[in-house]
Design a binder for this molecule. Structure first.
Ligand SMILES: [Fe+2]
Ligand SMILES: [Fe+2]
Length: 403
């Protein structure tokens, strides 16, 4: 309708997210879907007014990073760090007022668990708050919970005119003790998403202490996910599957292929400045083209991080190192990773089908085709081709490249 600004429905889910568990995310998503919410904010609390954070709690920055990993990739969802930036206690009313300033026509749906819902009248400026939001409470299936919440919702309606919504949600909660136990039992994936668990492993949070250089494949996969933007996870897992298939076909060590595939893009999310910092840290001297080409740097820094943080072998190190440009005299594992990255199931460029078929018929011919495709594409775009790529092609053609 012309001239009328349609109000947006905004969901707000605050909490300490210590850690952000699967139940938080799945409940909020289910509620957002049920209520037709078109923007969902996850708001980590700085200093919660109702409880103090237990000793050994990760830093605010770590909680924020874990939440980013948990929320990344969810359509129309965002993490807001405004409470972490605000001095003093985190009052919801301040957050709502800020958001109201930004979205003056929106309806705000404030999501929370039963414990918080039942204490709403003790919140700072609760009367104002209850006039600005619609509380959404998650019933987690505890005995008598639904009735208690319905009763309290009726009270809020009668006293403040506030409409509340009760929603049945995931019964998952986790304490750090549960998390440690789940790590021992290998059942952590019931509680937290893989990327969050990988982050916990990397940072050794909640007393979870695993030797990063001797992780199981499942743990390593979680760590790999924690390095990635959500949109790249399917590519990396696809590369792992393609690497396994190629290793089985051509005889590379399967576990090495898996590790290299899982870590091959582990620094891909980093921008130029961070890439260059890593190069400096690891004493890498870049050539002229590398210095200005972000895409080339992640293979170099990824190999270093793989070796330094996760203790990968030299064979895996070089497979990561040369997965973008290739090089002359490539090992079987290097070719395996180069091609797995190229042909994994999510790739859909023109010609990928023939490259996929060829990769299982003749590995070197497939390498040559892959390299030629890259060179052609770079030429078409007017981009310079790295000399290692030309050397790799010429080596495969059986001739030495002459500059
Ligand atoms: Fe890559
Ligand atoms: Fe890749």
């Amino acid at each position: 309708m012309d001239g009328i600004i349609q109000p947006k429905k905004i969901g707000i889910f605050g909490g300490t997210f210590n850690p952000p568990h699967a139940g938080h995310i799945l409940s909020a998503r289910a509620a957002a879907e049920q209520l037709g919410i078109d923007l969902l904010f996850f708001v980590p609390t700085g200093m919660p007014p109702h409880k103090s954070l237990p000793e050994g709690t990760p830093t605010a920055q770590e909680r924020l990073e874990m939440l980013h990993l948990a929320v990344d990739g969810i359509p129309n969802a965002k993490v807001l760090d405004l409470e972490l930036k605000r001095e003093g206690k985190s009052y919801t009313i301040d957050t709502i007022r800020t958001l109201q300033g930004e979205y003056p026509h929106a309806m705000f749906y404030l999501m929370m668990g039963t414990d918080m819902f039942q204490t709403l009248e003790t919140w700072q400026e609760h009367e104002s708050l209850l006039s600005l939001v619609c509380p959404v409470v998650f019933n987690r299936g505890e005995q008598g919970e639904t009735e208690r919440n319905a009763k309290y919702a009726a009270r809020l309606k009668e006293k403040y005119g506030t409409n509340s919504i009760c929603i049945n949600a995931e019964p998952l909660v986790i304490s750090s003790t549960d998390l440690r136990q789940a790590t021992e039992d290998g059942t952590w994936n019931k509680f937290v998403f893989s990327s969050v668990y990988g982050y916990i492993l990397r940072k050794q949070l909640y007393g979870v202490q695993k030797d990063l250089k001797h992780l199981s494949m499942e743990e390593l996969r979680a760590v790999a996910c924690s390095f990635l933007k959500a949109k790249r996870v399917s590519h990396v897992l696809g590369t792992e599957r393609a690497a396994i298939a190629l290793a089985e076909r051509w005889g590379a060590v399967k576990e090495d292929a898996q590790v290299a595939a899982l870590l091959h893009d582990c620094t891909k999310r980093l921008e130029m400045e961070e890439q260059l910092k890593l190069c400096e840290k690891y004493g890498i001297v870049l050539d002229k083209l590398e210095q200005k080409t972000l895409k080339l740097l992640h293979a170099i820094t990824g190999a270093e991080v793989g070796r330094d943080v996760l203790g990968v072998s030299d064979a895996i190190y070089t497979a990561i190192r040369w997965h973008t440009t290739g090089r002359a005299n490539m090992s079987l594992l290097e070719k395996t990773i180069y091609l797995a990255d190229f042909i994994e199931e999510n790739r859909d460029f023109s010609g990928v089908e023939s490259l996929r078929t060829l990769a299982f018929e003749d590995l070197d011919e497939a390498m040559l085709l892959g390299l030629n495709m890259t060179i052609e594409e770079m030429n078409e775009r007017g981009n310079p081709v790295h000399f290692r790529t030309l050397e790799a092609r010429d080596w495969l053609k059986g001739t030495k490249h002459e500059c």
